[in-house]
Ligand binder design. Structure first.
Ligand code: PLP
Length: 368
């Protein structure tokens, strides 16, 4: 049965685990030490940093390894707002909770926060972002692509509209598999990634921070990562992440073709019973957000799970009770329509035929 919740997490690529395994055994050293075990770990860690920088088109010193996308987003938002002494924050209404909650935390400490609205297709208007930037803005944050809908945001246009008046951060956690994530081409000052979304291990990610951009640390301790993020270096995680980055970056064209075809065949197979939430703007090759009129999404999800097909409603609160997604609400989707919608996300393990197979399973579930 195809797995269709790759946006939540994706299986680790075998080459990644192979590269990581020695760091659980003979290469176990603490990269901050002063002996041969430490040097071996440190060399591998710094090599991973250089290779990650090469994939992103930046310098090695500009990479801060973190525990994942959530921490990278927190460091970008809180790190800037705190460094600028309650500096202002401009985000969009459809950001991941890691950005929204970090901004709201800073707001409680005194930072003015503005969340820019999106159009009915979920796109941010660069002029709207620019209009809310002022001399006190410490950071602008707009995601490269949305985790629920897959909608791709005009990040380069936002950077151009802001025109250097404030640093721009983008959460590229979902975009990395299928779009060219290069910091120079995007023009951003900060960028978040999470390894487990593109075939790497869970619990490791990174924040790109443009050289010269100053951040307050949010995790204090031994001063690792040039003082920007303390904590014993996750050597095994960084080694695994960079292998996954290289494999994903080298396979983007193939991913778009294979995964995009699986997704398209899936959506076509459901024509007549489901309508795409997004139709007029660019969406990641991996994502399909569909409404099943007259069908409660949670009931369909449970039935599909019984049949072995893993999908997602997009957003659930910590208690497990599904709430209406803030992303769909921001797009003006009525609560009733939101409760009839599911996210299907394809990934590197899927083949084009998986789209047909998954559509058959969904049709059979709907029949029952
Ligand atoms: N940002 C986006 C857009 C995401 O989809 C996710 C994962 O759900 C995160 C951030 C958080 O990443 P992590 O799971 O590594 O904390």
């Amino acid at each position: 049965m195809p797995y269709l919740d790759h946006a939540a997490t994706t299986p680790m690529r075998p080459e990644v685990w192979e590269a990581m395994a020695p760091f659980a055994h003979e290469l176990f050293g603490n990269a901050s030490g002063a002996h041969r075990y430490a040097r071996q770990a440190k060399n591998a860690y710094e090599e991973a940093r250089e290779r990650a920088a090469a994939v992103l088109g930046c310098g090695a010193r500009e990479i801060v390894f973190t525990s994942g996308g959530t921490e990278a987003d927190n460091l970008a938002i809180k790190g800037r707002a705190l460094r600028e002494g309650r500096g202002g924050i401009v985000i969009s209404q459809v950001e991941h909770e890691a950005v929204i909650e970090a901004a709201e935390f800073c707001e409680r400490l005194g930072s003015p926060v503005y969340a820019v609205a999106v159009d009915p297709q979920g796109r941010v208007d660069p002029t709207q972002v620019s209009a809310h930037v002022n001399d006190d803005t410490a950071v602008v944050s707009v995601m490269a692509a949305n985790n629920e809908t897959g909608v791709i945001q005009p990040v380069r246009e936002i950077v151009d509209a802001v025109a250097g008046r404030a640093p721009v951060h983008t959460d590229a956690v979902q975009a990395f598999n299928s779009t060219d994530v290069n910091v120079e081409a995007l023009g951003v000052d900060m960028l978040s990634l999470s390894a487990h979304k593109f075939g790497g291990p869970k619990g490791v990610g990174l924040l790109y921070v443009r050289d010269g951009l100053s951040l307050e640390a949010v995790i204090h301790g031994g001063g690792q990562e040039l003082g920007r993020r303390s904590g014993t270096s996750n050597v095994m995680g960084a080694v695994g992440m960079v292998v996954a980055m290289e494999l994903a970056a080298a396979d983007r064209t193939g991913f778009q073709r294979r995964v995009g075809e699986a997704r398209d065949r899936f959506v076509q197979g459901l024509a007549g019973v489901a309508t795409p939430t997004i139709e007029k703007v660019d969406v990641l090759a991996s994502h399909a957000h569909l409404r099943f009129p007259g069908v409660r999404n949670e009931s369909l999800l449970i039935r599909l799970d019984r049949d072995g097909l893993a999908v997602s409603v997009g957003s659930a609160c910590a208690s497990g009770a599904a709430t209406v997604s803030h992303v769909l609400t921001a797009m003006g989707v009525a609560p009733e329509a939101a409760r009839e919608s599911l996210r299907f996300s394809f990934g590197w393990t899927n083949q084009a035929e998986d789209g047909d197979e998954a559509a058959r399973v969904v049709l059979a579930a709907l029949d029952r």
